[in-house]
Unconditional design. Structure first.
Length: 124
């Protein structure tokens, strides 16, 4: 499997896991479905969008688990615009304060894995 395929699969798995954890949050399941459709049509678009919207600003803060920065920026970004991949930020805005420590650690592992996989994808 290519690095791009692994990245897309991991991102979709992350959204599917979130959707199972928060079934009442329809935006998460819609985002997961949208990612699946985009992966079929143009998986590189998912990576490009991730890099532009999330990676450039948040990679360092994810790797150091800087939740204060991410929560603050998530609120700022989501108050201005919403895009399906931005749904990942919504977790920090809507669910982080009520999430168990175990689930928080799962989110950090997913996000760190996505950061590392995203770096491995060859730029097009």
């Amino acid at each position: 499997m290519s690095a791009l395929g692994a990245f897309c699969n991991q991102l979709i798995a992350f959204f599917e896991d979130l959707s199972e954890s928060y079934p009442e949050d329809k935006e998460i399941s819609v985002a997961a479905q949208a990612l699946k459709l985009v992966k079929q049509a143009n998986p590189r678009l998912i990576h490009t969008f991730f890099m532009n919207v999330l990676y450039n600003e948040f990679a360092e803060h994810v790797m150091t688990e800087n939740e204060d920065y991410i929560i603050r920026r998530a609120k700022e970004i989501l108050s201005v615009k919403y895009e399906h991949i931005s749904c990942a930020l919504m977790i920090f805005d809507k669910h982080w304060h009520t999430m168990s420590e175990t689930n928080k650690q799962h989110v950090w592992r997913y996000l760190k894995s996505l950061i590392l996989l995203a770096k491995r994808v060859d730029p097009a």
